[in-house]
Design a binder for this molecule. Structure first.
Ligand code: GAR
Length: 194
């Protein structure tokens, strides 16, 4: 369970791998007065992630782990998260798969945003697969991370219509816009529920 104690914000670490538009959006959301979260750290699996320049500019703490030695990296990450008193992890375009052991240590406290209407289109290339299958709708999902890929309990979803002229790029843009609205809403729902 994710609890906010009194008016204290939930200490949240964001995991990213790339562009970081969801990360920026969560950072902005955390700065709103009544936001239930504060961002204590960003962890990137990619030292070239575009998002890192933004973090430097905004003077937000970040660490880089490439997950090449996954077990070792995860151990170090767990130590850092303990020191930082992290209560919640938000995966935001994080493209590595966390080990069962890591997930166990943060059971129910790791959230992910996925660009499809789960349980449909788990994994990669979601937009392309939805278009090839002539789906009328796709969307995005915020869910709790468990040890099976893109399979944990769904917190919230948003449907997005697929138009005849959509290609994976246009669909991805439309869905990303909705992701930026959905992730904060899901956090409010998750945290105020407890
Ligand atoms: C987002 O569409 C996110 O849902 C997706 O990667 C993109 C990251 O964009 N995540 C996954 O596919 C995870 N399996 P961002 O870096 O601009 O937030």
């Amino acid at each position: 369970m994710v609890r906010s104690t009194g008016f204290k914000k939930v200490k949240t670490t964001i995991f990213i791998s790339g562009n970081g538009s969801n990360m920026k959006n969560l950072i902005k959301f955390s700065k709103i007065k009544n936001s239930p979260i504060e961002i204590n750290l960003v962890l990137s699996s990619n030292k070239k992630a575009n998002a890192l320049n933004y973090l430097k500019k905004k003077k937000i703490n970040f660490k880089i782990f490439d997950f090449k030695k996954k077990n070792k990296d995860e151990k170090k990450i767990l130590d850092i998260l303990k020191k930082k008193d992290t209560q919640l992890i938000c995966l935001a375009g994080f493209m590595k798969i966390l080990s069962r052991n890591f997930i166990k240590r943060f059971k129910g406290k790791i959230l992910n945003i996925h660009p499809s209407l789960l349980p449909k289109y788990k994994g990669l290339n979601t937009h392309k697969r939805a278009i090839i299958n002539k789906e009328k709708f796709s969307g995005c999902t915020v869910h709790i991370v468990n040890s099976k890929l893109d399979s944990g309990k769904i917190i919230m979803q948003k449907k997005v219509r697929i138009n005849k002229n959509d290609d994976p790029e246009s669909l991805s843009k439309k869905i990303l816009k909705q992701e930026h609205l959905l992730y904060p809403k899901a956090l409010i729902k998750l945290i105020s529920r407890n």
